[in-house]
Design a protein around this ligand. Structure first.
Ligand code: AHM
Ligand code: MG
Length: 336
């Protein structure tokens, strides 16, 4: 590819997914339509997040506007936009959002084959200081001709058809896997299109960074404590790892994916199941990690083998570079 070709031959996310279609002979363009609606939600949230700092001035989410009306908070607003975009796609049957206690069952007239689990705006406590936040999503299908039930959502992560996230950072980046590798797309604001910028992302086999909320160390279990100690005081002559923790899962996982290393949200005495939610945080990120050549482990098993019993179930999670996750697995195995 010459530089000129790169500038004129734009691989949009829609074109990319359409190109992948021959790999899925059963598909009839429904996935492309669904993805387009997810992309619309991401573009909306991106534009709202970019204006968040101006909220006081122009009356955005969570602030009182010039008419004195209380505006919706950004996470509530994002949720409304995603729910409406997904329902109106005509391709979904069940939606599970972090924001809603109950699942949304789509009316028969608009029903399709896909289940979407999502966190519309993860890390929203970071909005007010301008730190990167994101949307996380996973997609399952229901068997055709069957009435969708909640059981269809409580499937192991390995049965996901696709997963991804969109990070609202210094640029807006959408990372997607449909089960054959991981690709990253960056929003070109002047075109309003996501363009392929990170083809076939592979996570380094071993990393130099660990990422965890060390403020919880007092309550960690043995293997987690031992692992982090090893990161700081390695006994094999290697250099200590660097610590990076943003506190925004999408941003911490995105860095881990690109630079390598490990992200941990372990169990602790106060939260025996950790903090992160299985369906729309742990599963999509674990799916992406495995697709990029890394691993994801719960402290007991491969994360994608977990079968959730409840919509908003939580699980400890250790994910990242293959070799780094091997080490934590060994520590848990040794503990028995
Ligand atoms: P949220 O869904 O309430 O936004 O919380 C999820 C966030 C993740 O983005 C991040 O990994 C984690 O909470 C950080 O938690 P902590 O502040 O306990 O380190
Ligand atoms: Mg969340």
């Amino acid at each position: 590819h010459s530089a000129e070709a790169q500038r004129t031959d734009l691989m949009t996310i829609t074109r990319f997914v359409l190109n992948e279609q021959p790999k899925h002979p059963e598909s009839r363009g429904d996935f492309t339509i669904l993805l387009n609606h997810i992309v619309l939600g991401c573009k909306f949230v991106c534009s709202a997040v970019n204006k968040a700092g101006l909220a006081k001035l122009i009356g955005l989410a969570g602030e009182t506007n010039v008419q004195g009306e209380e505006q919706k908070k950004l996470d509530v607003l994002s949720n409304d936009v995603f729910i409406k975009a997904l329902v109106s796609s005509g391709r979904t049957c069940i939606l599970v959002s972090e924001e809603d206690e109950e699942a949304t069952f789509v009316d028969k007239s608009l029903r399709g084959r896909y289940i979407v689990v999502f966190d519309p705006l993860d890390g929203s406590s970071n909005i007010d200081c301008g730190v990167s936040i994101g949307t996380i999503f996973g997609i399952y299908t229901v068997k055709e001709g069957q009435e969708p039930t909640i059981e269809d959502v409580l499937q192991p992560g390995k049965d996901m058809l696709a997963a991804g996230y969109c990070m609202y950072g210094s640029s807006c980046t959408l990372v997607l896997s449909t089960g054959s590798g991981v690709n990253g797309f960056t929003l070109d604001p002047s075109l309003g299109e996501f363009i392929l910028t990170h083809p076939d992302i592979k996570i380094p086999k071993k990393g130099k960074i660990y990422s965890v909320n060390e403020g919880n160390a007092k309550n960690w279990d043995g293997p987690t404590a031992k692992y982090v100690e090893k990161c700081k005081f390695p006994k094999d002559g290697s250099s200590p790892k660097s610590l990076r923790y943003i506190g925004s899962m999408v941003a911490d996982v995105h860095r881990t994916l690109l630079y390598g290393g490990i992200f941990l949200y372990p169990a602790d005495k106060k939260s025996p199941n950790g903090k992160l939610r299985v369906l729309y945080e742990v599963f999509p990120m674990s799916f992406l990690m495995e697709q990029a050549g890394g691993q994801a482990f719960t402290g007991k098993q491969r994360a994608l083998d977990l079968v959730p019993k409840k919509l908003h179930e939580r699980s400890p999670i250790f994910l990242g570079s293959y070799d780094d996750v091997e080490e934590i697995k060994a520590l848990y195995a040794a503990e028995g």
